[in-house]
Design a protein around this ligand. Structure first.
Ligand code: 2HA
Ligand code: ZN
Length: 262
């Protein structure tokens, strides 16, 4: 495979730069991974990284992922140092390409792997997991109740696009240490029901069919959070209430998350 000319890898590289431009990737904040459909069986492992646990259905799968400590703004400048291609085995990840400067996979590898496993079962077109520090979604976690339903309903009510692009809603995890298997499992548990998981006081995970799709989803949620942060302390004279949301669902044949609309 001509890795750097692969259009989906090019899209992932462009997406990394876009996230930085959005201001959601300070220093080494954020990471992206993507399942690869290409046959990489001919590639010889360069080295291996031990894994405490791999979701069994991912054994043999290949992903491209950003490196630990890497800055998303630098991915396009030196993809071969900032990205690595891993083949997942039961107890290790084999490096097939990249991490040329000796780096290792993102500290959030567990969240990426567990999420890929869950999302691929929910949607055969699923490929990408994107983690970023979207400013207003994080800001909201300081002032808004953190229940999945309440957080979702607020975002849905802020702009029409939300119901259209995440009728399944968003999920929220309370603050906990990052970079662990535990947060990975909890993120994936929430990903069973929704493609967006907000990590309180930290960032957001989005899952999608392509780098653009996963980022676009986060962009819509972040726009709603930005609107919320602009208006939450003002007198609200008009909003998209549940009656309007139902009207929208009827008009667009959308099935909203069960039990979320009053
Ligand atoms: O990649 O964002 O959550 C650095 C992080 C850890
Ligand atoms: Zn983070």
């Amino acid at each position: 495979m001509d890795i750097l000319n692969n259009p989906v890898i090019q899209e992932l590289i462009r997406t990394s730069a876009t996230i930085y431009t959005h201001g959601w990737a300070e220093r080494n904040g954020g990471n992206i991974s993507m399942l690869l459909d290409d046959d990489l069986s001919g590639m010889t492992p360069i080295k291996s990284f031990p894994l405490a646990f791999t979701p069994p259905d991912l054994t043999g799968a290949c992903i491209v992922i950003t490196g630990s400590g890497k800055y998303l703004k630098n991915v396009s400048l030196d993809p071969e140092s900032n990205l690595g291609i891993l083949r997942i085995a039961e107890d290790r990840a084999e490096l097939l390409w990249g991490f040329k400067d000796g780096s290792s996979p993102s500290s959030e590898l567990a969240s990426h792997l567990f999420t890929h496993s869950v999302r691929r079962k929910a949607d055969p077109m699923h490929h990408v997991v994107t983690h970023t520090h979207a400013t207003n979604l994080v800001a909201m976690t300081f002032i808004h109740p953190l229940s999945d339903r309440a957080f979702t309903k607020t975002l849905w009510s802020m702009c029409t696009e939300c119901m259209m692009f995440f009728p399944d809603g968003v999920s929220v995890l309370p603050w906990m240490p990052c970079g662990t298997d535990e947060i990975g499992r909890k993120t994936a548990d929430k990903m069973r029901d929704s493609r967006i998981v907000v990590w309180a006081h930290h960032g957001v995970f989005g899952a999608g069919t392509s780098p653009d799709d996963a980022l676009g989803l986060i962009e819509v949620a972040e726009k709603a959070a930005e609107l919320y942060m602009k208006v939450y302390d003002k007198e609200i004279l008009s909003k998209i209430d549940d009656t309007r949301l139902r009207e929208l669902c009827d008009a667009q044949n959308i099935i909203p998350r069960a039990g979320y609309l009053d």
